[in-house]
Design a protein around this ligand. Structure first.
Ligand SMILES: [Zn+2]
Length: 133
């Protein structure tokens, strides 16, 4: 009954990032349903809090990019879909392969917040290039 926040000795592996960052439940036989996040990808798998944030930020940025593309027209929407397809695939890969991203990639998972900024910049650059041509 003594779940101590920050006590890492019995932490479990997060099924998404693969780090030992998943809080165990009080019996230690599964993930804690309050301290972890429910994955937005399948609505049934518990992932670590950082991965929960990561999925939320991913969706936030994807929505924003889509809205911007819609304002610019169908051509931009189609182009955005193509350029974001690999990101969307990667986002679900841990579920598809049933193993964490750090095993699939062979390196630690880098949260989307760190990489979306550069994607966003790339899109802006492309859109400018298109507008000027
Ligand atoms: Zn995680």
């Amino acid at each position: 009954m003594d779940t101590v926040l920050g006590d890492t000795q019995d932490m479990m592996q997060c099924p998404r990032c693969g780090e030992i960052t998943l809080y165990p439940n009080e019996d230690g036989d599964g993930p804690h349903k309050g301290l972890n996040a429910l994955s937005r990808r399948d609505n049934k798998t518990y992932i670590c809090p950082d991965c929960g944030d990561d999925e939320a930020w991913f969706d936030f940025f994807m929505d924003r990019l889509e809205q911007r593309a819609e304002l610019k027209g169908e051509k931009f929407v189609k182009r955005l879909e193509v350029s974001l397809a690999p990101q969307r695939m990667l986002e679900r890969m841990w579920l598809v392969h049933n193993k964490p991203l750090n095993e699939i990639l062979g390196r630690p998972w880098v949260p989307y917040m760190n990489r979306l900024e550069s994607i966003h910049r790339d899109r802006e650059g492309e859109e400018y290039g298109e507008a000027q041509s």
